[in-house]
Design a protein around this ligand. Structure first.
Ligand SMILES: Cc1cc2nc3c(=O)[nH]c(=O)nc-3n(C[C@H](O)[C@H](O)[C@H](O)COP(=O)(O)O)c2cc1C
Length: 199
C-alpha cells in the first residue's frame, strides 16, 4: 500500500480481537510517531505504550469513575456528555478492549504540545493502516488530565512513567480488527465539511 492509499483508507476501528500486536509491528507504528515533525524540532513527545491488558483496564476503570462524578452542563461537549452518561450507568470503556493503548504525552508548558502529539498520532494511525492494523484516536485521557493536578487517572499515569511536567495530549488504541477478514474497514466516509478554497 502506498502512502496516499494508507492515508485515504484509514478508518477508526472500535472492535478488536484479543490477538497481541507483534513487537516488530508495534515498533514500526511507534517509530512512525517518533518520526513525525515537531515544533522547533524539540521532539518533546513521550510515548507511553501500554500493552498490559490489566493496566489498560485499570486506567479505563479509573476514567469511568472520574466521568461518573462529572456534571453535565449546557456547554458539555457531546462526546464528553456520552462518556459521563455511560459511566454513570456503569457501562463505559474508552479503550474498546484494544490490546494496545498509546498515550502521547508532552510538556505542559510547551506551546506546541497538542500539535506535536496530534501529528504523531496521525502518523501512527496511517502506519497502522498500512500494516493491516486497526487504530482509533482516544481523547478521554486528555480530557481527564490536561487541566488538573489532582486526579486518580493522573496519579496512576505517574506510576506508569508520566513525568510531573508532562500531560497526555493525544492517544490511540491499536490492534487487530474484529472483522470477518481481520482487516480494518477501509471505506472512506463522505466528506461533508473540510472546506477547501483554492486561491
Ligand atoms: C481529535 C479527535 C478526537 C477523537 N476522539 C475519539 C474518541 O475519544 N473515541 C473514539 O471512539 N473516536 C474518537 N475519534 C475518532 C473520530 O470519531 C473519527 O475519526 C471520525 O468519526 C471519522 O471516522 P474515521 O476515523 O473512521 O474516518 C477522534 C478523532 C479525533 C481527530
Amino acid at each position: 500500500m502506498d502512502t496516499l492509499e494508507a492515508i485515504m483508507t484509514r478508518r477508526s476501528t472500535r472492535k478488536y480481537t484479543t490477538r497481541a500486536v507483534e513487537e516488530a509491528l508495534l515498533h514500526k507504528v511507534v517509530e512512525a510517531g517518533r518520526y513525525a515533525p515537531s515544533g522547533g524540532n524539540h521532539q518533546f513527545n513521550h510515548f507511553l505504550v501500554m500493552r498490559d491488558k490489566a493496566a489498560i483496564q485499570h486506567l479505563a476503570h479509573l476514567a469511568k469513575e472520574a466521568f461518573a462524578k462529572m456534571e453535565i452542563t449546557d456547554n458539555t461537549y457531546v462526546s464528553l456528555k456520552t462518556a459521563i452518561l455511560r459511566s454513570q450507568k456503569g457501562d463505559y470503556d474508552f479503550s474498546y478492549h484494544a490490546p494496545v493503548l498509546i498515550l502521547v504525552a508532552n510538556q505542559k508548558t510547551y506551546a506546541n504540545n497538542l500539535a506535536d502529539a496530534a501529528v504523531a498520532v496521525e502518523n501512527m494511525m496511517v502506519a497502522a493502516n498500512a500494516l493491516d492494523l486497526g487504530s482509533c484516536w482516544i481523547n478521554q485521557i486528555k480530557w481527564l488530565t490536561v487541566d488538573t493536578e489532582d486526579q486518580p487517572v493522573l496519579s496512576y499515569l505517574y506510576t506508569l512513567g508520566l513525568k510531573k511536567q508532562e500531560r497526555v495530549y493525544a492517544s490511540m488504541i491499536l490492534g487487530y480488527p474484529d472483522t470477518p477478514n481481520a482487516l480494518p474497514e477501509r471505506t472512506a466516509l463522505a466528506r461533508k465539511g473540510n472546506e477547501v478554497s483554492y486561491l
